[in-house]
Write a protein that binds this ligand. Structure first.
Ligand code: ATP
Ligand code: MG
Length: 436
């Protein structure tokens, strides 16, 4: 070996490692989500992390934060294609649904989980690689499916025992209604041109609705006085909103109508909503979604209505951390092996315990020593295991091993024939079983 010193490499700024024990919290959340999605008959979809750049430019809209300044885009060095790390996954799901004609036999309910990438300024609740879990229902025009999705999210917060989450709701109407509102909005903003910030000036004519979504506190008062899109909705749009409200009311889901809620992406119409918490400072939007009936056609598919939401996993876990504790998965059994020579036989025995569904952590030697009994017992204790299995050479020669209780009835010891180990493991309490 040479003595050359290498510079220490680190993760990319804003992109985090998720390490144990924190990763157990992620798995716990993902399991809850899978269970709930199954109960609502939503099925898993997995699309690539890299897509063609025009999918997002066309899908999300050119004049959006994401497309204007947040995308990780690059040119494929081999064929020159313009590619982008997905900043969100609705566009990818819609692309896949259209590409595989998934709606030919009726609507589809889908969900996904995975990393998204946006070049933002890293801060609490805002990262460059972050994770979303999302649900999309495609091919259904009615407000009952908007309601189903909102109930699904509401149900999830309950299953996670999340507190301090409120729902804000709005309708963006249909394009002609937005057009009429747009004219009034531009007139209003032009009349207050001196109060517009740089972003707002730039978007005044290209995407004035987006100005209502400003994060600039200095603009809040101006935005609060702007014409309300709700006042421009026609009968059909209002009926859609009212039908949704009736279902939410009947199901005890409380919400407030927020006429300023527009969402950061261009593809929404009719229903839009956000689940918000006031417990996480300024990054308080946990989950956001809405209807996007025009998106499929916009990316070249056969027109079909659709609605969906996505939540930020980091933000939900951050809120959970403040409110509840999540059990850490621990091994149930720790294997103590005084002599390394016994390992071939010991590992055969341990596999029987594992086949019985019980989690086993086995002793392993370090670079300079196998480890004394004393140090092995220390590690067994620190592992959190309920039982130590001691594979002593003399006992093994007699076809036996020793069991020692580490928690309940600490120290209680008994011997067991090796041939009975699998039966012993199968007879442990259900709490010992770990998922297959
Ligand atoms: P924000 O207004 O906070 O920038 P957004 O409107 O850009 O959010 P969406 O594109 O609707 O967010 O994404 C849905 C959810 O994903 C957000 O409500 C949030 O929980 C999460 N999210 C979005 N961007 C990030 C990020 N950079 N880091 C962590 N979570 C994020
Ligand atoms: Mg954003």
């Amino acid at each position: 070996m040479t003595e050359k010193k290498f510079e220490k490499l680190t993760a990319v700024k804003g992109m985090n490692d998720i390490l144990p024990p924190e990763s157990a919290r992620w798995e716990w959340l993902e399991e809850k989500v899978r269970g709930l999605m199954a109960r609502y008959a939503y099925r898993n979809i997995r699309t690539p992390i890299v897509e063609h750049t025009p999918l997002f430019v066309r899908g999300l809209g050119e004049v959006t934060d994401v497309v204007e300044k947040e995308m990780y885009s690059f040119e494929d060095r081999l064929n020159g294609e313009a590619l982008t790390l997905r900043p969100e996954n609705t566009a990818g799901v819609v692309r896949a649904v259209a590409e595989h004609s998934m709606l030919y036999d009726g609507g589809k309910r889908l969900y996904y989980m995975g990393p998204m990438f946006r070049h933002e300024r890293p801060q609490r609740g805002r990262y460059r690689q972050f994770h979303q879990i999302g649900a999309e229902a495609l091919g259904f025009p009615g407000p009952e499916v908007d309601a189903e999705l909102i109930l699904l999210a509401h149900h999830l917060w309950q299953a996670l025992a999340l507190k301090d989450v409120r729902l804000e709701l709005n309708s963006l109407g249909q394009p002609p209604e937005r057009q009429a509102h747009r004219v009034a909005l531009i007139a209003y903003l032009e009349a207050h041109a001196d109060q517009l910030d740089e972003d707002a000036k730039r978007r005044l004519h290209s995407n004035p609705l987006r100005i209502l979504d400003t994060k600039n506190p200095a603009m809040k008062a101006l935005v609060a006085g702007a014409p309300r899109l709700l006042d421009y909705l026609g009968e059909a749009s209002l009926a859609h909103l009212n039908a949704l409200r009736a279902i939410l009311d009947a199901n005890g889901v409380t919400y407030t109508i927020n006429p300023r809620l527009v969402r950061g992406l261009d593809y929404y119409n009719l229903t839009v909503f956000e689940f918000i918490t006031d417990s996480l400072g300024s990054q308080g939007t946990l989950c956001a979604g809405g209807r996007y009936d025009d998106l499929i056609a916009q990316i070249g598919g056969k027109a079909a209505p659709a609605v969906g939401w996505a939540f930020g996993v980091e933000r939900v876990l951050e809120l959970l951390k403040e409110q509840a504790s999540i059990p850490e998965p621990l091994p149930w059994v720790y294997a103590i092996v005084p002599d390394a020579q016994a390992m071939p036989q010991v590992m055969r025995a341990l596999n029987e315990v594992r086949r019985a569904g019980v989690s086993v952590q086995m002793h392993a030697g370090s670079a300079d020593a196998w480890g004394s009994m004393k140090s092995q017992f220390k590690k067994a204790d620190a592992s959190g295991a309920q039982w130590a299995l001691i594979f002593g050479a003399d006992e093994m020669a007699r076809g036996e091993l020793t069991l020692k209780a580490l928690r309940d009835g600490v120290g209680a010891q008994s011997t067991l024939p090796l041939t009975s180990l699998a039966a012993w493991a199968s007879g442990l309490s259900p709490a010992a079983a770990s998922p297959a």
